[in-house]
Ligand binder design. Sequence first.
Ligand code: B1M
Length: 196
Amino acid sequence: MRVQEGADELTKKALSEGIDPGRILNEGMVIGMERVGKKFSENKVFVPQMLMSAKAMSTAMQHIKPYFLSGSVKRKGTVIIGTVAGDLHDIGKNLVGMMIEGAGWELVDLGVDVNAEKFIAALKEKPGSAVGLSALLTTTMVNMERIVQEIRKVARDTKILIGGAPVSHEFCSKIGADFYSPDPQGAVEYLNKMVA
Ligand code: B1M
């Protein structure tokens, strides 16, 4: 930013001052995004401002990412992750991916707007992987359900975990996914339990 320090500069500064990366993430960035979402609901900010906020958060996340990555070479297994078809929100998915990778899993990130075919193709390349699905829109929850059904047809025993703001435990049971977590920590704990 030209006139004042932005998320990029502030994150670097906070890290250089020894502030815990977890605090920077949870007490700074995530709360900032929640505020933007609230303002969007109140028609006080619009899509361009949401985009700017997302860009700011993604840039700042690059600085804290190294702190969450473990040095262990041996991986616990593979997790294929993606935001479901029709949905372009990737900040939460990236955060979950970062934590999973940091916990010692190999991560295959398929990005956003991912359909069942792409998940299945990735599963064929890495059989036995767990799959993580993220959705932020109520309108794309139906695509999450479709993806779970299609994966079950070809790889019935695949462990499928889901998350994202509109998703719930009830929805998880309804669509036949294995696990719902409201946050990255829950997703990591579930995966780690699988190999414990
Ligand atoms: Co949009 N958007 N957006 N948006 N956006 C929301 C989601 C919304 C709630 C805003 C609002 O109305 N208050 C609303 C959805 C309403 C609904 O469906 N219920 C909304 C809307 C309506 C839209 C558009 C339709 C707007 C329009 O065009 N009119 C449009 C849709 C585009 C599309 O996807 N097809 C749209 C577009 C966008 C941008 C592109 C501008 C931008 C996204 C940029 C990007 O991601 N690269 C954007 C943003 C930034 C938001 C908000 C403000 C922030 C989302 C975010 O990044 N949060 C959001 C409002 C909000 O959430 N408060 C909003 C921070 C992130 C860390 O949290 O993603 O929830 P979250 O992830 C969490 C957990 O959910 C969980 O862990 C994460 C970390 O704690 N989690 C998982 C997520 N995935 C998981 C997977 C797991 C486990 C846990 O296991 C696999």
